[in-house]
Design a protein around this ligand. Sequence first.
Ligand code: WQD
Length: 353
Amino acid sequence: MSKKVLVTGGSGYIGSHTLVDLIENGYEVISVDNNARSTIGMLEGVEKITGQKIKNYKVDLCNFEETRAIFEENPAIAGVIHFAAYKAVGESVEQPLLYFHNNMQSLIHVMQCIEEFKIPNFVFSSSCTVYGNPDAIPVTEETPRKQAESPYGLTKQMGEQMIEAFAAANKDLSAILLRYFNPAGAHASALIGELPIDRPQNLTPVITQTAIGKIEKLTVFGNDYTTRDGSCIRDMIHVCDLAHAHTLALNYLIQGKHQNNCEVFNIGSGDGITVLECIHAFEATTGVKLNYVIGPRRPGDVIAIYANNDKAKKVLGWSPQHDINDIMSSAWKWEQYIQDLPTHLHLPNKRLN
Ligand code: WQD
């Protein structure tokens, strides 16, 4: 079977790191990214790392004709990895229809093309957010999905259920849903990494932007939770480990090792770490003291969640190779790298405040 893979959202944070891993594992990649929330500069980073030119279709997946034309132009695609989606939790609360339209319409178009062009394998970017506030941790893949905490989370839950129904009706298709925990860190080269569009929401870029002075001080959203130090618990997974999980998932499907045609995997480190421990790990690893204060809880925050990742280890042969110190040191190296870059190269459309 061909090793041609179509990656939607290829210029994004996880998409770009996955392109690198796929290429390093012998896949031929095609990217589709309209750069609405990413920068073409990221693909330049992928090209520098891999030494390969990346073909990117600057297409909005909400435009069916343009999406279909990509599949028509590229026969014998072995698999699709679908990252393209908006993912800012706060924005999704303010603009739910924007999220429902963008995230669901693009997914439907991709599935319509998979059906028409008989693409045999599909890997979907899902999220631990489908678990909501779990009753017990660590969560396994059998932990029931709970009420999503945001419209963003709801689009991931709906996406999973749509793909499950699609797979049930298309026995020739094999799908995998990868539930990410908290992706963080950057490629060791510091040529690709996380690029928030405006002020970052996620903890790690807020840490590095505080350290470099773009943000005056970091606010820890609550230290009165019932956890070991009062701050929330999360499962930080290095983006390169997460990227490699996609390659192994595709290998598993292409080699026909799957038990049924829609399987779910938790992709997390398996370690729960508190927000304050993340901050202290950054300070210890980089030697940079962080200016942070304790503030009020952030509405919608899950108190504690981390993965039981035994299934991915056992079935996909995957295991995380990076710890929180690698995450923080690589994120810091990346933050310093983009600091010196001309804005048109790497910073997205809007200037960071
Ligand atoms: C982590 C912890 C905050 C910023 C979300 C999505 C999830 C995924 C990752 C896309 C929380 C605390 C944060 C800050 C803080 N998204 N924090 N001060 O909310 O766990 O997950 O992003 O794939 O689907 O739900 O990530 O990094 O925003 O927050 O104290 O300035 O850090 O309260 O406890 P979250 P996060």
